[in-house]
Write a protein that binds this ligand. Structure first.
Ligand SMILES: Cc1ncc(COP(=O)(O)O)c(C=O)c1O
Length: 483
């Protein structure tokens, strides 16, 4: 590199021509807006061979420049989403994303903030999101929290806090003491994220007891929970945590959180709530908000904004009632991160002291923007509407002689099966697959009572009654053709 290059103010990694970049970026933004505007016409589609080839990087030794990159993004990336922006996407539990999120993501990318800590705007935005959420869930103002990739990560953090609380803070240095055998409890049908967290925390998935439900959608049977804990204590084990689910992934069951809170208070156990999507019924008004009565008594809550708050991926959150417990499990500040009383190195508390990540993006901005733009009343109304549409789907299933409801609809999840087939499980999978490929509707599948069923989880602010009618009509037609 000659002296001219070394001293030039311009970096080759910045645009050569900012006006050209402005034009390209405006074109790209237009394409993004157009894609959102026409989301109804753009269901999921599989990538053909040429689309996959277009994504190959090769050795990527030389770049193509911003102009070609813009064309590449518009032609080769933008059209191949998961399809969850489409109004008839009911698969797994996928939120749709908001136009406000597109704006927020542009600003976050421009600022490129690192939210591990320090004193800058992004951390104040995240604190507002945490403060607002704690208030919504009825936790004290002093509750702490941190935004994470999703409920899976939030669960690891929450259970780590509960584990440290049970074992004492020495366990951070010394690990799990010899002979200590911690056990946790959750309802059958609890999410696999909890199993993974138990494994990662060194407690082992065998130490997660799965308690049967009172009925298919009736939530955890607290009498059985009490008996199981007694048996475990008698065997020398140490029960430390009960995990209540607010909206189970399979069929949307809610555990009786108030009853669990009474029980945990009596037994001095940590109460963690997995409210990945269902926690947000809290803002949906009656009757839906009654499903989470008692969540305000939790020691910790894991939830997502990217599911039922319609915010873009990824964005989950863990909240902990007692900030001191949360901090004790994670805070550690080596010399290169020492606190300053002011300056950019100030701004205590730092988010890196509440979780595993030191470098963290500005996730909070898309949540803050959703709330700033729409307000919680409108977001809650969209949640209530999703519940109403799931109930309607359940009714249409029951009115269709060739379909059968597989579980009662509690909130936003409707599971059903084709009836009267020699192998309904295989037919359910086949119908689901054919409908995905047709672009008509995306369902996913799960097992209920050992049989594979078709499952709709409606966390979609674009869905309308006509979409539900169309979806069920297509299930009937495709099932009839596939028999
Ligand atoms: C009840 C429940 N818990 C946990 C998770 C995991 O959440 P995430 O995918 O955000 O990690 C999910 C995901 O669907 C869920 O439904």
């Amino acid at each position: 590199m000659n002296d001219d290059h070394r001293n030039a103010m311009h970096s080759p990694l910045d645009p050569d021509d900012w006006e050209q970049f402005r034009t390209n970026a405006h074109n790209l933004l237009d394409s993004c807006i157009e894609q959102l505007r026409t989301a109804r016409e753009r269901p999921w589609k599989p990538l053909g061979d040429s689309a996959k080839t277009a994504l190959r990087l090769g050795d990527a030794a030389d770049g193509i420049g911003l102009k070609h990159l813009t064309d590449d993004l518009i032609e080769n990336v933008l059209p191949f989403g998961t399809g969850n922006t489409h109004p008839r996407f009911f698969g797994w539990v996928h939120g749709t994303g908001l136009a406000a999120g597109l704006l927020a993501e542009m600003v976050a990318a421009t600022m490129n903030s690192n939210c591990g800590g320090r004193d800058h705007g992004a951390v104040y935005v995240e604190r507002e999101v945490i403060r607002w959420s704690a208030k919504v869930f009825g936790l004290p103002e002093t509750a702490s929290g941190v935004l994470v990739a999703g409920t899976s990560q939030a669960t690891v953090i929450a259970l780590a806090v509960a584990r440290h609380k049970a074992l004492g803070i020495d366990s951070r240095r010394k690990g799990i003491p010899e002979g200590a055998r911690l056990v946790a409890y959750a309802a059958e049908g609890a999410h696999h994220a909890i199993v993974k967290a138990m494994e990662l925390l060194g407690l082992g998935s065998d130490a997660l007891r799965l308690i049967p439900s009172r009925s298919l959608n009736g939530g955890m049977d607290v009498t059985t929970l009490a008996q199981r804990i007694e048996t475990d204590r008698a065997a020398g084990l140490t029960p430390f945590c009960v995990i209540g689910t607010a909206g189970s992934v399979n069929c949307g069951a809610f555990d009786p959180l108030d009853e669990l809170a009474d029980f945990c208070a009596r037994e001095s156990l940590w109460l963690h709530i997995d409210g990945a999507f269902g926690a947000w019924t809290r803002i949906a008004g009656p009757p839906w908000n009654k499903l989470v009565r008692g969540i305000e008594r939790a020691d910790s809550i894991a939830t997502d904004f990217h599911k039922w708050m319609f915010v873009q991926y990824d964005c989950g959150m863990v909240l902990v009632r007692n900030e001191a417990d949360h901090r004790a499990a994670f805070a550690e500040r080596p010399s290169y991160l020492e606190a300053q009383h002011s300056g950019l190195g100030g701004g205590e508390p730092w988010f890196c002291d509440y979780g595993t990540d030191l470098s963290r993006g500005f996730r909070a901005l898309k949540v803050w923007s959703a709330l700033r733009c729409h307000g919680s009343r409108a977001l809650g109304a969209a949640i209530a509407e999703n519940c109403r549409l799931a109930t309607m789907m359940g009714r249409l299933v029951q009115e269709s002689p060739e379909l059968k409801l597989a579980a009662p609809v509690t909130a936003n999840i409707c599971c059903f099966s084709v009836a009267d087939s020699p192998d309904p499980g295989t037919l359910n999978t086949d119908v689901t697959r054919r409908l995905q490929l047709s672009g008509d509707v995306v369902f996913s599948t799960t097992k209920i009572g050992g049989m594979t069923v078709i499952r709709a989880a409606i966390t979609n602010h674009r869905t309308r009654e006509t979409d539900i009618e169309f979806a069920i009509r297509r299930v009937r037609e495709v099932a009839a053709a596939a028999r």
